[in-house]
Design a protein around this ligand. Structure first.
Ligand SMILES: C[S@@+](CC[C@H](N)C(=O)[O-])C[C@H]1O[C@@H](n2cnc3c(N)ncnc32)[C@H](O)[C@@H]1O
Ligand code: SF4
Length: 415
């Protein structure tokens, strides 16, 4: 309901967002500040709370998948005459460390296909971390890692169905790698978790080498099978306030609605890019006016690529207003609306294009002026926290469910 009203208000249209089938609109790569995302959809054990596309690890399937992935990188790169300029590379999953033996070849293919600058990051499941892995990642060129700890408390790990791995030890091993960014993922609002638990988790992460801490509110998807639902909205809001408080005491700065970074370090964020290309099943790409998602089936993905075809399952064509709203949404997540990047991307002035929205935002004290644009206030960030949860739930839950059932859906209508 809330997203429906907001969509009509902001897009000035009653038309919903529609993802349609087909290859139409394969992204053009002539974007500035283009990021790459490589999805490795394999896990040793499936966690029921997790919405991302993944299947159980299987050596044979992984090998076939990597062959497809290498082809996809080549096909997409060939869409541009010149080697496209890439400003960040992220490997996510699933558990990308399970593909460690293939990562040098994948990175080699990326380097020969694109013009790479900027950071190279990877998500790690704590189970996969050991000294050899860290050494290998360093030698391949990774300078950012994000570790999915979720919680340091046994009772919370148990509720989530995660094995109780010695997360502190794993963090210390990773910290010895001396990465520019070491992000720790935590979840707050897990059933049975109390505010003291999440504050303690933040402290443990900060005291053991984290340069960034991402704390996500627990989102329950219709396909997760936990015995009880997440903590109520007010409890989660209070937990987020406590996290902001402890982050300040630990000298971390809030760098997005749900992330905190140690001053002087970079930021691990694969979602807040203006434009990006995603590789692998279930991966999304976003360019100036197109959003597309690859098929949610590793088998179908392999089949497409072995036939020399891309595996685009769904495409959404944006008009200018909707595309700029998408920009506004993700810029607000990172707490800054920058005039320069808006001008760069849309050839328009932020203050005139969004004059009305900015006026309302200032009046309601959701944003305030800062050098170069606007900063989202504490009040704005708290409102965003609520809206983002509804959006994530609706977008991911609906799209994922349909796309998982049918690898080639006709269309998906978003609210
Ligand atoms: C791709 S996942 C995990 C990466 C890695 N495979 C692992 O398990 O450690 C990225 C992050 O999303 C967050 N996440 C996953 N499911 C979530 C949910 N239902 N609610 C909130 N956060 C979630 C977790 O913090 C997780 O570390
Ligand atoms: S949380 Fe990580 S390990 Fe668990 S299913 Fe998701 S991607 Fe795999």
């Amino acid at each position: 309901m809330i997203t429906n009203i907001l969509r009509i208000f902001l897009t000035r249209s009653i038309k919903p967002f529609v993802l349609r089938s087909g290859q139409e609109g394969v992204p053009g790569l002539d974007e500035k500040n283009l990021g790459l995302y490589i999805h490795i959809p394999f896990c040793k054990k499936i966690c029921s709370f997790c919405p991302y596309y993944k299947v159980l690890y299987n050596k044979d399937l992984m090998e076939k998948y990597i062959a497809g992935l290498l082809k996809e990188i080549k096909l997409v790169a060939a869409l541009n005459e010149n080697r496209a300029k890439i400003t960040s590379v992220y490997f996510g999953g699933g558990s990308p460390a399970l593909a460690i033996n293939f990562l040098p070849e994948i990175m080699g293919r990326i380097r020969e296909s694109f013009n790479i600058s900027g950071n190279i990051g990877i998500e790690l499941h704590p189970r996969d971390i050991d000294k050899d892995l860290i050494k290998n990642l360093k030698s391949i060129g990774f300078d950012m890692v994000s570790i999915g700890v979720q919680s340091f408390q046994e009772k919370c790990l148990h509720t989530l169905g995660r094995d109780n791995i010695d997360n502190i030890k794993k963090m210390r091993i990773a910290a010895e790698g001396g990465f520019e960014v070491m992000d720790i993922d935590l979840i707050f609002g897990i059933p049975g978790q109390i505010a003291e638990d999440i504050v303690r988790d933040f402290e443990i992460a900060a005291n053991n080498g984290a340069t960034q801490i991402s704390a996500y509110p627990f989102i329950e998807f219709s396909y997760s099978d936990l015995k009880s639902g997440p903590a109520g909205r007010n409890i989660q809001k209070k937990m987020l306030e406590d996290l902001i408080d402890i982050s300040q005491r630990k000298d971390f700065k809030r760098t997005s609605v749900w992330t905190f970074s140690k001053k002087g370090h970079g930021i691990y964020s694969s979602v807040t890019r203006d434009t990006y290309i995603g590789f692998g099943p279930g991966a999304a790409s976003l360019t100036k006016n197109i959003f597309k998602i690859n098929t949610f089936s590793v088998e179908e993905y392999i089949k497409c690529l072995s036939g020399g075809k891309l595996s685009t399952a769904l495409t959404l064509k944006f008009n200018k207003r909707r595309r700029s709203l998408y920009w506004l949404f993700w810029s607000a997540y990172s707490l800054h609306l920058n005039r320069h990047s808006f001008r760069d991307l849309f050839n328009e002035e932020l203050d005139s294009f969004f004059g009305f929205e900015i006026f309302i935002g200032k009046k309601l004290k959701l944003i305030r002026e800062e050098e170069g644009g606007y900063e989202v206030t504490f009040r704005g960030a708290q409102l965003y926290h609520l809206i983002e949860q509804v959006y994530t739930h609706q977008y991911i839950d609906k799209t994922w469910k349909i796309a998982l059932d049918d690898p080639w859906p006709e269309k998906i209508i978003l609210y």
